[in-house]
Every structure is written in C-alpha cells, then in structure tokens.
Design a protein around this ligand. Sequence first.
Ligand code: GTP
Ligand code: MG
Length: 431
Amino acid sequence: MAENPRDMSTQIPSNEDTHNENIRCLTTLSHFGFECLPTQLVNKSIQKGFSFNILCVGETGIGKSTLINTLFNINLKENKTSHFYSKVGLKVKTYELQERNIPLKLTVVKTVGYGDQINKEASYQPVIDYLDAQFEAYLQEELKIKRSLVDYNDSRIHVCLYFIAPTGHSLKSLDLVTMKNIDRRVNIIPLIAKADALSKSDLQRFKSNIMSELDNNGIQIYQFQEDDEDAAQANPSGNGLLPFAVVGSMEEVKVGKRMVRGRHYPWGVLQVENENHCDFVKLRDLLLCTHMEDLKDQTHSHHYECYRISRLQQLGFNDTGPDSQPVSFQEMYEAKRQEFHNQCQREEEELKQTFMQRVKEKELTFKDAEKELQDKFEHLKRIQQEETLKLEEERRKLEEQIIDFYKMKAASETSQAQVYTNVKKDKDRKK
Ligand code: GTP
Ligand code: MG
C-alpha cells in the first residue's frame, strides 16, 4: 500500500478489506503537487529579477523626467536639456530599483532636442533607428550557434510613452508623423503631458480630438487587454481614458493632515495621486501593476516578430516555396544553398564567356594589327626593291656613261696626238 502522501494512486478498499480493520485506508488527496508550479515560476522570476525598458518621446521640457520620477517614486536628478541641438538624439540610462524584495532593472530612453529644429522632417528617424537596433541585436543573438538568451541583456523597448503638449487643440504634425512611423515597432501609450494646464471640459474635448485624429491616420496605439478578469476589475476603463492626462511632481504638499505628492498653485493643490485630478494613478496601475508583462509579451510576440519576419525575408528566407507550399527551414536552406551554387556557376560561366569573348576580340585585334604590319612591311619591301632596281639601273647607266666618257677621252687623246704629230710633221717639212 502506498505510504507516500504524494503517491498519485488512490487505493479503493474491497469488500473483504473493509472487514479487516487492520488495513489502513487512504482517502483521495486534495492536490497532487503540481499546483505549486506557479510558486516555482514566481521564485524563479524573483531570483532572476525583472527588467523593463521605457522610451519617452516628447518635446524638451514637457515633463518626461518628472513623470518617470513620479511613476517609480525615485528622485533622479537630471540637468535640463538645451533647446539648441541641431538634431534629435536619445539619452539612455539604466537604474537598478528594488521594491520590497523585487528587483527591477529599469532602462529609460528619452529624446533630446525633440521638436526643437526648424526642419522636423527627420526628427523621428533616431527613434526608429534605436528601436530597430535593439531588435537587430536580439535577432543576432538568436541566430548565433551558441546563444545566451537566458542572461541576455534585452534592450528592446517595451513601451513608448508619447508626451503630447497640452495645446487643447489637436495633435501636431510631428506627433502624427512620429507615431505613424513607430507604431509597428513599439507599444505606444499616448499621454497628455502637464494636463493641469487644461480645464476638465477642454481636456475631455482634447482627448476625443486626439483619439479621432489617431484613428483617422490609422495609428495603432497599445490596447489594454481587459479579457483578464482581475485586470478588468482593477481597470475597467483603461482604454476609455486614452490618452492619459498626466501630471508629474515629486513635491510633497500638505492637504488637510496628510502629505501628498502634488503641485501647489495659488488657487489650490493638484494631487498627482488623486483620480479626480488626473489619470496618473490609472496609468501607473496599468503600466506597472497589471500590464507590464503584457507589454513585454506584445513586444516579443508582435513587434519583434514583425521585425524578424521582414529581416529574414530580406535575407531571402520564407515559410512557403514558390508554389505557395509550406517548406521547412532546412528545405529552404538547402534550396538557398542550391540557388547560390547555381548562381555561382552561372556567374562563373558568364565570366568564362566574357573572358573567351575578350580573348577572341583581342586575338582579332592582334591579327588585324599583325596583318596591317605585314602589309606595311610588304609595301615597304616592295618600295625598297623598286628603289634598289632603280638605283641599279641608274648605276648601270652611270657606268655606261663613264665607259663612254673614257672611250671618248681616249679617242680625243688619240686624235689630239694625231693632230700634234701632223702639226709637227708639217713644221718639220716647212723647215
Ligand atoms: P528635458 O529632459 O530637459 O527635455 O525636460 P523634461 O521633458 O524631462 O521635463 P522636466 O521633467 O525636466 O520638466 C520641465 C519643467 O516642467 C519642470 O519645471 C517641471 O517642474 C515642470 N513640470 C513637469 N511636469 C509637470 C506637470 O505635469 N505640470 C506642470 N505644470 N509642470 C510640470
Ligand atoms: Mg528630462
């Protein structure tokens, strides 16, 4: 008989056994042990620690740092940013926080100089580049043979808090363009910053204007899933409050006998954590208490997945072949290898052909040049032969003339001598 209380088999006593009082009966256990699995997960997660990466996009001085401080109840002293940057930049800071025994590695990325340039065309580009760079780093780690994703420092952005200026009118074109360009890369939560600048009715109108503008421009913002009953109970109208009207302050103000965080004005006190004054508490609850894990899940399963698909497609990988039939990664890899091999062969063949063609062309050119030279040589040789013949002819004529000359000379000498002899004879005779 099983004595181990964790033994899953339940012993049912037979009629015979029931008569035997010495035999111990086991009743069905209320649990089998694996109900403790969530506890294991909790312990493991606490040991590992949590991380959360926030991107704050908003104009200079709109209240980004104050809101982060108010959200996490920390006082991170920061210098004010100048309004004179020639282009938008990003400031990345990581903090190790602890609440009770829960460690949280918080990375806050803030825009610097956003909205300060006259030409705002490329203001969103650094944000896109940063988001893509974090996805690319993760993808490269994933594609490594020896991966270390367990202790990988995941810097992918889980949420983008987009700070809208409290104009009370509508969104600026920069807001629309930026959100449109980043909505496929990150979970956007729009916030109306410094909401204490607007009256309640103005705020309501402003909120609905913003939502219809986002809708008209097809901008996807993060939707708080409320199918989880607990979350729905805690936050029945998360999406209904978007964009959250927030006020930030680390200042402690006295209200009655209590000290609360708020902003003190000549006409009264705005309590940051009073839900009738602003949506700060709602935002904090949704962001940190109920939806942090969902934001991380969405980042991994939706935004990163989209990036991964497009990058792998860029590299030539796909889940389906040319005939739209599903193919495995290995088949695709083999096909790619074969395609690459064929391409190499094709290129080699083309190179060979080009080389042969070139050689032929050169050969023809050389042959033409050789023929030309040969013709030239023949022509010169002919000229030279003709010249030689001409010279020979002239020499022969000259020699004949010389011979004639000598002959004539000899004849004249002979006749001269004859004349002389005759003259002498005549003289002698006369004497
Ligand atoms: P940079 O980092 O310099 O771009 O500024 P920032 O966006 O971090 O703004 P920061 O938090 O430094 O706030 C700028 C000023 O706005 C400070 O004087 C804050 O006290 C004030 N401020 C911040 N939040 C609020 C708010 O909700 N309402 C009002 N009225 N003022 C605020
Ligand atoms: Mg700041």
